[in-house]
Design a protein around this ligand. Sequence first.
Ligand code: ATP
Length: 245
Amino acid sequence: MDNQPFRTDMISVSDVSKRYGGHTALAPVTLEFAQGQIVALCGGNGAGKSTLIKMIAGMIPPSTGEVTIDGIGWRRHRTAYAKKIGYMPDDFQFPGGVTVREWLGFYAALRHVHPEWIDEMLGKVGLQEHAHKLCTSLSKGMRQRLMLAQAAVAKPAVLLLDEPTNGLDLHWISWFVAMMKEFRQSGQTIVFSTHQLEVATELADELIYIHDGKLLKTFICKQADRQHMQEEIQDLLFAAAMPSA
Ligand SMILES: Nc1ncnc2c1ncn2[C@@H]1O[C@H](COP(=O)(O)OP(=O)(O)OP(=O)(O)O)[C@@H](O)[C@H]1O
């Protein structure tokens, strides 16, 4: 990390929405996230969580509005914007014939990361002894850890993680929680989506509940009681799943 003072408005999502044809995947939202903050996006299937993460990551353009990171917008300053981000998609097909180390090495080279850090990162995500295996031969949990390593390898200011604990066993979920806390400690800002409320409430400083393309509720986790918050979100999820009268 550099020695810039912490910003309170590091990620600014201003009036951002996404439409696919006639379908609103995400109605306009305005949000601000501070440096060193962990934000969890929760909500049922199809709520709009991935859509929001992809727009912050610059993977898809918003239909309206703009996202800036440290005042830099994706439209005008793509390279500078991309350098600030590490993105982990929720689903990814690795190409055939590429080993774990080659894959991470490729990303590390793109981001000018010192080669030593590749092995350190592989060790961090528990893949060092699998470094020479083909990516396509990895289990789901291992693939997730490799994707996380890829997103984090350049120590970006912002980590955008789409369902990062999907497929992780209990040991690796605890490891994920500890690693994210370490990243927060070093000033990295993390936005992640999850269906695992325990992970969300354990980690997040702010939890955003999205339903059917609309931001329904924001919880500031430091002030809220975890158990109560989990119950409230569970109620929201069940209510959303009920057929409307
Ligand atoms: N490329 C696309 N074309 C058309 N519609 C899309 C596209 N991508 C997403 N959508 C729609 O946008 C809405 C939000 O999808 P999104 O993937 O953001 O949901 P999500 O909250 O991440 O869901 P899940 O928890 O199931 O991953 C859904 O109705 C989805 O069908």
